[in-house]
Design a binder for this molecule. Sequence first.
Ligand code: ACO
Length: 435
Amino acid sequence: MTSTPAGSITVTMEGSNKSTTLPLLGGTLGPKVADIRKLYGELGIFTFDPGYGATASCESTITYIDGDEGVLLYRGYPIEQLAEKSHFLEVCHLLLNGDLPNAAQYEEFHKGVTYHTMLHEQLRRFFEGFRRDAHPMAVMCGVVGALAAFYHDNLDINDPRAREIAAFRLIAKVPTIAAMAYKYSLGQPFVYPRNDLSYAENFLYMLNAVPAEPYVSNPILARAMDRILILHADHEQNASTSTVRLAGSTGANPFACIAAGIAALWGPAHGGANEAVLKMLAEIGSPENIPHFISEVKDKNSHTKLMGFGHRVYKNFDPRAKIMKETCHEVLAELGIKNEPLLDMAMEMERIALSDDYFISRKLYPNVDFYSGIVQRAIGIPVPLFTAIFALARTVGWIAQLNEMIGDPEYKIGRPRQLFVGAAPRNVVPLAKRG
Ligand code: ACO
């Protein structure tokens, strides 16, 4: 443990004379944490925190979020600076190794990733087992998990070199898998990766190139894609990252753990939100329908949510949303799109929501997904692929978090407790005698 002692807290059980003193731990930034590990042993009680809103599940040195101030740091670097001054593979090095690479380290890291961009030829056959209209996230879950069947040499999570190779393989192959899932859905031939292109350029190339025509890459669009990847690369202990850690805590191999992360990310409350935003905007249809939609969102009985709004941690603004909005304008200007009805609607929706007491009082602001879908659509990414691109970007964060957990000498299998409210012990009555 690298946290520091920061006082203590005494818990007294009302109605009994039992009490215990729990240590408080301090990190570099953020609130103090009460170490409750001896609470059950001393007082015989568990803590109750469904949704884990008040529970720190681990020590981490990777990502820090100050939700009240709208701050996001990767290894101490503000997301705004990383998005402006670095490229995705530099950020991958940062998340995995703790610092931005120098030129020599970058070259070596780049070589390490690009060496692994191709898929085993036999993996191509997996795609043919899916329906053409399969959701790319279904394909991603299956094919990424299947990597474990091909790379037996790096399944030992306790071997740091095996973990390093697994990391390279995953970061390199996930874009190839996402692009192949797309090509398969179109019935077009798979496009093999090109290692002379940047990570983002290569991904766009594998998505868009066809053998019949020369492919010309657009640096502005490649930069926008690179920025999307940087903004989504890690986000501390969110649902999918916690899933990866929990799966990894059992000793499962890295490919299985990342497949578990992809499954958790798929849901519309998490990574699926970018796709849901576009669906929502298309359903609203035009700006004059926004007030009616907003009133529906405010009606608790409707169960309608303003997708792309709200966040468990950000209660001021999501700094990624700001960068994504700027990128959105850059991309539309580059493409000469003056009127993008979806962007106009999104901005109008944002304006109305941010002046409405329902959203103000609940501190609901646009999150990264509110604008990322519009940028991706402008770049030419098909809507069903949005969440797969989020998974592609987040793969490095998941691996960094997994490796951090495995390297922690105190880590043990993740196993929450429960507050049981079901039936008390009772006897089984034979079938014929049950009423
Ligand atoms: N639209 C309308 N109301 C909302 C929204 C929303 N998008 N988000 C939260 N609320 C309301 C809740 O109904 C609740 O109201 P109440 O106090 O009257 O009951 C209040 O705001 C607090 O919301 P919670 O659900 O408690 O917030 P929680 O932290 O559990 O949920 C979440 C966060 C899941 C992101 C939620 O805001 C949401 O579903 N947003 C839409 C989906 C989305 O955009 N997800 C992407 C998240 S970012 C990411 O994964 C990259």
